[in-house]
Write a protein that binds this ligand. Structure first.
Ligand SMILES: [Zn+2]
Length: 456
């Protein structure tokens, strides 16, 4: 294979040529209610040639048959030739690298039978169903994937990487009359089958939360000091801030460019935010990105000051900065674009107790049901929440939606917890039509003053 790739790269007349070949084995089992909804195993194999002619643009050809690489290189070249660009495209320089890595799993999920995976999902589904007679619908899912990736380019880079992923998810819907509530929990890792065993507790937690929410009152709308848990804080920094740090977006959007001026200060200098694809075993971990740039820690906010952003080689050259290792593609059908890896708010110094104890009336918002962002404006629904009364966590409330302006919200962060946690949840990030890209998120508890909470 390697020889054929080198031959095609040599054959290409483009200024820069890159070939990425991917083989992905996946299995997936889903129980819904009492029924087995999905049980399948799949192998997907294919590749992409990407060519750059500097003063014309990019050309791309994808394929499933690896036998006609030379033709595909020609096809990509022809696509590039019919393009036109306002100014020549440059790529930030990256040291060519040769690296072949393999991973080892304690219990390789490729050696586990589909029957055993089905039994595991079924067991978690039983935990969900058996929790209470108020549970009216469930979903318990098991999924794994093992990806072997080859990336080579005309500058001499040749990389082979392996990426395992295993995920379990538990989703419960509880009902009492007209009152219907839901909750979910998930767990994922780049480790083996052992990681998702004995996780009855996760399913129990999802079922219990859905049932508890039946008794929760809707929150009263208003402005509150809010303590946000690690999950919601992680999702917030990814969605509301991280996407604005992606340089393709910043470059193409003058308003975003203005908002994200280096040196801009946020609040009291407490906040530190980074993106880092080099941390082992996280969902967004990738030793090299899909252009062969090694992963590294990229600080985005340091001591409250905007200090960096995320790049592909092209956006880095455009903005006179360094490639950051953030050019990623969801699979071989797509060219890489600027994406996050593992994005986090760094640990702080305040204990959870101290964060809560000064709050007379506030909200403790946990978990996230996604949300929406539009430039600097965001709204997020928390999965569940509690009132804080006289410095103590009080009753559960529901329908807590946090809305506001990103920059005002960052200014209003006045305490950062000392209890940092990576969220090993499943799911993934979407951008353009590339979804779901595995990404990691992490944060400690944070406290934000004057948050606008929607509700009744
Ligand atoms: Zn995202």
């Amino acid at each position: 294979m390697r020889d054929r790739i080198q031959e095609a790269l040599k054959h290409s007349k483009a200024d820069y040529t890159e070939i990425r070949i991917e083989e992905k084995e996946t299995t997936r089992v889903v129980f819904r209610g009492k029924e087995l909804e999905v049980a399948n195993a799949n192998i997907d194999k294919g590749g992409i040639v990407r060519c750059l002619i500097r003063d014309k643009g990019w050309g791309v050809a994808t394929f499933n048959n690896l036998d006609d690489l030379l033709n595909k290189a020609d096809q990509a070249y022809q696509c590039a030739q019919v393009g036109s660009v306002p100014e020549p495209i440059e790529l930030a320089s990256v040291e060519p690298v040769e690296n072949i890595t393999t991973v080892e799993m304690k219990r390789d999920f490729r050696d586990i039978s589909l029957a055993e995976k089905k039994a595991l999902a079924e067991r978690y589904n039983q935990v969900l169903l058996g929790h209470s007679d108020k549970i009216i619908d469930t979903q318990a899912a098991y999924a794994d994937s093992f990806t072997h990736l080859i990336l080579a380019n005309s500058e001499g880079t040749y990389i082979e990487q392996e990426k395992p992923s295993v995920v379990i998810g538990a989703f419960a819907i509880a009902r009492d009359g007209n009152n219907v509530q839901q909750a979910h929990e998930s767990l994922s890792s780049t480790q083996g089958f052992e990681y998702v065993l004995d996780k009855d507790e996760l399913a129990r937690k999802a079922a219990q939360k859905a049932v508890e929410l039946l008794d929760a009152e809707p929150v009263k709308a208003g402005q509150y000091p809010v303590v946000v848990d690690q999950t919601l804080a992680g999702v917030f920094i990814h969605e509301a801030f991280g996407h604005l740090s992606e340089a393709d977006f910043v470059y193409e959007n003058p308003k975003a460019r203005e908002m994200m001026t280096m040196g801009r200060r946020f609040g009291k200098g407490l906040l530190n935010v980074y993106d880092d694809g080099s941390i082992p075993n996280l969902r967004g971990t990738t030793l090299y990105d899909d252009e062969g740039t090694p992963a590294r820690r990229n600080w985005l906010i340091r001591d409250g000051e905007l200090v960096g952003r995320l790049h592909s080689r092209q956006t880095a050259a455009k903005m006179g900065e360094k490639a950051s290792g953030n050019a990623r593609a969801v699979n071989y059908r797509f060219a890489p674009i600027v994406r996050m890896t593992n994005t986090a708010i760094d640990n702080g110094t305040t204990s959870f107790e101290n964060m809560v104890k000064d709050i007379e009336l506030g909200i403790y918002a946990c978990d996230a049901y996604g949300g929406e962002t539009l430039l600097e404006n965001f709204s997020f629904s928390s999965g569940y929440a509690y009132m804080i009364r006289n410095g103590k966590i009080a009753e559960m409330v529901k329908d807590v939606i946090l809305a506001g302006n990103l920059f005002t919200t960052l200014e209003n962060i006045d305490a950062i917890g000392n209890d940092f946690k990576w969220l090993n949840t499943g799911g993934g990030c979407g951008k353009g039509n590339q979804y779901p890209l595995p990404v990691g998120m992490g944060a400690p508890h944070i406290r934000i003053q004057n948050v606008v909470i929607g509700g009744e």
